[in-house]
Design a binder for this molecule. Structure first.
Ligand SMILES: C[S@@+](CC[C@H](N)C(=O)[O-])C[C@H]1O[C@@H](n2cnc3c(N)ncnc32)[C@H](O)[C@@H]1O
Length: 199
């Protein structure tokens, strides 16, 4: 388990066999925005220790395919979940994700988070940078009509980021799931209806 302190969601995750309390955020967001259906191909960026992967494969079912990547190692999840240890922002790893998927993705998820330095402005800037990179990766991997879920931290630039997403997706909403820690400034954007790369 990767999160401290041991709050209610932490205990629930431990009891129910999820690898992270973050699993409950994806459960809520995926349900609310209907992001993953049975049979879907899903990419999870920043996937360790694997809580989101567990939820994604539950929703995609045995006919789905899930590919997760993280800088940290990820223990095996299920037969139809491929995991990779690498830098999601590098072209080399993006090519490997594409290969593992075998076809364009129905959904790209990003819970990517920077290693926090404690310097607030630097951490926020890095978080927005990762969210922009995740958006670029989603553009490369998604099929037209596909969905994108991305985490970022509250920042002045969020309006701009929202507008960037709107250029590529029919519908963009922001959300703060219940499992988000009190006092956390993290925010999720759910973008649906990818317009395609020529948009
Ligand atoms: C909040 S955690 C993800 C938790 C995960 N969603 C779960 O439910 O288990 C964020 C992850 O992003 C990863 N990360 C940050 N930068 C990355 C990068 N460039 N490439 C791949 N993973 C990265 C970190 O190693 C960290 O494990």
């Amino acid at each position: 388990m990767s999160y401290q302190p041991k709050d209610a969601f932490y205990r629930k995750a431990k009891k129910e066999g999820y690898r992270s309390r973050a699993a409950y955020k994806l459960m809520e967001l995926a349900r609310r925005f209907r992001l993953i259906k049975p049979g879907d191909r899903v990419v999870d960026l920043g996937a360790a220790p694997g809580g989101w992967l567990q939820v994604a494969v539950e929703l995609a079912g045995p006919k789905g395919k899930v590919v997760g990547i993280d800088l940290q190692p990820i223990a095996p999840v299920a037969a139809n979940v491929a995991t990779m240890q690498g830098d999601a922002t590098s072209a080399e790893w993006q090519a490997k994700i594409k290969e593992a998927l075998g076809a364009p993705a129905d959904a790209v998820l990003s819970d990517l988070a920077p290693h926090l330095s404690g310097i607030r402005d630097a951490d926020i800037a890095r978080s927005i940078e990762l969210a922009r990179m995740a958006h670029r990766i989603a553009r490369e991997l998604l099929r037209p009509g596909g969905g994108f879920l991305v985490k970022t931290f509250a920042a002045d630039e969020l309006r701009e980021y929202f507008d960037e997403l709107k250029m590529d997706f029919q519908n963009v909403e922001r959300s703060r799931p219940e499992a988000t820690r009190k006092g956390s400034s993290e925010i999720y954007f759910a973008a649906r209806g990818f317009k395609g790369r020529s948009a």
